[in-house]
Every structure is written in structure tokens, then in C-alpha cells.
Design a protein around this ligand. Structure first.
Ligand code: HEC
Length: 271
């Protein structure tokens, strides 16, 4: 019985001291952190997420982006590489992951914070500054291989729809060649037999469309000519179909563009 009491008190002390040290004390220390303004007239940093970007944060959470992407910039003291036999540090800043390291104030409006632990892909704390192109993010999300052939990021094609064009092509349609849009999520290419069939059916239209009646340096009847024509055709957009972002894809990209941490200097983030 005596020993039971010792075990109970010991366990209680162990758990309560870690709770005090790791939860309560940091909470007490950081609870009053305020956005930063260098001068009275400045816009406060950070700004809370709003509207589409806020909705996009949910999509980011739901799709597990966190498992491969961190949102924390390491200080100049960390992240080493070797150059001419000399060890250097600060690889995150060098890769433009942010202007400076991130500190707790960067996250005051993030609930939950999405610091992440893995960097299978690059850090995204500052992606809105590093790559502000909405179109690039959509084509990359539809199929990361369309942007970087070597990418191992999964395709998020289920956040897009492929529709028959009624009237004219929508402004929001992704501008990608048919190799990426015939089967969203995959790279499509007809077999040589299928290509022959397509050519037999619509060869002349395809040649006129792609080459516009211009004289070419290749003969589209020879095997090499056919292959070159196929390459051109695959990178041209589909005539009848378009790929559009769903509301979720739109929100996700708005969220990525709003990720602008470590953009403003903070007095507590010295290195
Ligand atoms: C299995 C791991 C994995 C998952 C899950 C993942 N990514 Fe990636 N991501 C990568 C890799 C690897 C790269 C680098 C290659 C590339 O650019 O495609 C990358 C690149 C990126 C880039 C370009 C970054 C830059 O600096 O150019 C963005 C933006 C991005 N991912 C967003 C997302 C979003 C949003 C999600 C969730 C919907 C997600 N990723 C899910 C692995 C992943």
C-alpha cells in the first residue's frame, strides 16, 4: 500500500511538472504576444487569414500537406552545407525560405499552427512571397510533374474538374497541354497505333491547327514526322474540354499565396 502511494505521487509529479513546464509556463509566457508595428502608421504584422485563404487552410489540413511540408524557417545557425571544405550555416535563408528565422509571433493567429516536422517537400512558411503565381500553383497542384518532371509530390487532381467547353473557354481554365488534361492526375500519351488512328480520322485538321499551313522542315507522313507532330499536339490545349479549379482548389491556392511568414523583420528574430 505504501509503495502504491509512492508510485502514485511520483507519477503525479512527473506528469504535472512536464505539463507545467511544457504547457502552462510557455502559455503564460506567450499569451500576451501582439502583432508588431515598427511605427504607428505601419500595417500590423502578422495579419489574420480571411475569406478564401481561411477556407483554404482547412483544405491544407484535410489533404495532409503538413506531412511533407513544414512552415518554419530555421535560424542562420542551422541548416549547414559544405563549400570548398568549409562548413556554412543558414541554408534556409540562402534558399529564400524567408528573410529571417520564424519566431512565436509569426504564429499568433494560427490555430492550430502547422509547423510540420518533415521536409519531404520545401518549407512553405513564405511560399506566397517566393512564388506568387496563382496559375503556377494550380498547374502544379493538378499534377506536380507538369511543373517538375522529377517531383514526388502526389497529384491533387481531385480538386479540379474536367468539363466540356460550352461557348468559350473560361478565364479560370488551367493552361496546360492535353498531355496533362485528358486524364487529370496522369500524363496521357496515345500509343503509336492510337496516334495512327487519330491521324487517319483528323490528321488534316491537326496539321492545319498546329502548323497553320506553314511550310515545315519535317514530313508528317514519315515516322519521325509523326512523332514530332505528336509532341506538338500533346502540348497544345484540348479543343473541346477544359480543366477548372473547384472552390476547394481556389481556396487552397489563396491560402498558399497568403503564407507570407518571415517577410517583415521582428526585433526578437535577430538571427
Ligand atoms: C508526399 C509528400 C507531399 C505531399 C503530401 C505534398 N507535397 Fe507539396 N511537394 C512535395 C515535394 C517533394 C515537392 C518538391 C517538388 C515539386 O515542386 O513538385 C513539393 C512542392 C510543393 C510546392 C512548391 C514549393 C516550392 O518551393 O516551389 C508547393 C506550393 C506544394 N508542394 C504544396 C503542397 C500542398 C498545398 C499540399 C497539400 C494539398 C502538398 N504540397 C502535399 C511533396 C509533397
Amino acid at each position: 500500500m505504501d509503495r502504491g502511494m509512492v508510485i502514485f505521487v511520483g507519477a503525479l509529479l512527473t506528469f504535472s511538472s512536464s505539463w507545467l513546464g511544457l504547457v502552462l509556463y510557455p502559455y503564460w509566457q506567450l499569451q500576451h504576444e501582439q502583432p508588431y508595428k515598427k511605427d504607428e502608421g505601419d500595417i500590423a504584422y502578422p495579419q489574420p487569414l480571411e475569406g478564401k485563404a481561411l477556407a483554404g487552410k482547412k483544405v491544407y489540413q484535410q489533404n495532409g500537406c503538413l506531412y511533407c511540408h513544414s512552415q518554419q524557417v530555421r535560424s542562420e545557425k542551422f541548416g549547414n552545407w559544405w563549400e570548398d571544405g568549409v562548413e556554412k550555416t543558414g541554408s534556409d535563408i540562402r534558399r529564400s525560405y524567408g528573410l529571417r528565422r520564424t519566431v512565436s509571433r509569426d504564429y499568433i493567429y494560427d490555430n492550430p499552427t502547422m509547423l510540420g516536422t518533415m521536409r519531404t517537400g520545401p518549407d512553405l512558411a513564405n511560399i506566397g512571397v517566393r512564388n506568387p503565381s496563382e496559375a503556377w500553383h494550380h498547374t502544379h497542384m493538378l499534377n506536380p510533374r507538369s511543373a517538375n518532371e522529377w517531383s514526388i509530390m502526389p497529384s491533387f487532381a481531385f480538386l479540379y474538374t474536367r468539363e466540356k467547353i460550352v461557348g468559350s473557354r473560361s478565364d479560370k481554365a488551367l493552361s496546360l497541354g492535353r498531355e496533362w488534361t485528358v486524364k487529370p492526375g496522369y500524363r496521357w500519351r496515345p500509343s503509336s497505333k492510337e496516334w495512327d488512328e487519330i491521324l487517319a480520322r483528323r490528321g488534316e485538321t491537326i496539321v492545319t491547327q498546329l502548323l497553320g499551313g506553314q511550310p515545315t522542315d519535317f514530313d508528317t507522313k514519315t515516322p519521325e514526322g509523326k512523332t514530332r507532330l505528336l509532341e506538338l499536339w500533346l502540348t497544345s490545349p484540348e479543343e473541346e474540354y477544359q480543366v477548372l479549379p473547384t472552390g476547394e482548389a481556389d481556396a487552397l491556392v489563396a491560402y498558399l499565396l497568403a503564407l507570407r511568414k518571415a517577410e517583415v523583420p521582428l526585433p526578437e528574430a535577430k538571427e
